[in-house]
Design a protein around this ligand. Structure first.
Ligand SMILES: [Zn+2]
Length: 195
């Protein structure tokens, strides 16, 4: 099994070198985002990947944008702090909610000088969430919103998924993001540039 180190994560944008990403093209695995606090020697991760590789470090805090296998299967049982939205439904198709994932409490999280707003954005799944970081303007959108204006599947959730997705996308319209960082595919700046 391939082993992944902190140095395998590339900076997303040179203005914020602590914010990094790892995107794999060769298989269905989500993009993983890592925030590195060099001073405290701590890391925060957004989504954990499909479990077909392993990290050589233990992230100090992990946020799952939702419970699908390609985002959540990489969580290891000994990871100390793994959060998922309490409305996620582990019984749905393609779910692999880790046993040690705890229901997210609160709507904000500070890490490494960054301030994350945790937004509940149901639709793709009932417990989907996005994280908006205020200083950088990065919006980590999971499988809710993708670059180029598309959005996640709504046939995998509850019966009202399409309606909830519309509401969630409207909520994200209110967010003044500078860079969209989705769970798959390219990232997109507010001016339309893709990376
Ligand atoms: Zn998904």
């Amino acid at each position: 099994m391939k082993t992944i180190s902190i140095s395998d994560f590339e900076p997303i944008d040179k203005k914020f070198p602590a914010m990094r990403f790892l995107r794999l093209e060769e298989r269905l695995c989500c993009t993983r985002y890592l925030i590195v606090d060099e001073k405290q020697k701590k890391t925060m991760m957004i989504d954990a990947g499909d479990g077909k590789d392993q990290l050589d470090f233990v992230p100090d805090a992990v946020f799952l944008t939702h419970g699908h296998f390609d985002h959540a299967s990489g969580v290891k049982p000994d990871w100390p702090e793994v959060w998922i939205h309490p409305q996620e439904d582990a019984a749905l198709r393609f779910m692999n909610v880790p046993k040690n994932a705890k229901p997210l409490l609160g709507q904000q999280f500070d890490f490494g000088g960054f301030h994350f707003n945790l937004l509940h954005t149901p639709g793709h799944t009932p417990g989907s969430m996005c994280l908006f970081e205020e200083k950088s303007g990065f919006l980590f959108s999971g499988d809710t919103k993708f670059a180029g204006g598309s959005y996640g599947r709504t046939d995998l959730g509850h019966a009202d998924a399409e309606e909830r997705m519309k509401e969630s996308l409207q909520l994200l319209e209110q967010v003044d993001w500078k860079l969209l960082c989705p769970g798959h595919g390219e990232m997109e700046y507010a001016d339309g540039r893709m990376i």
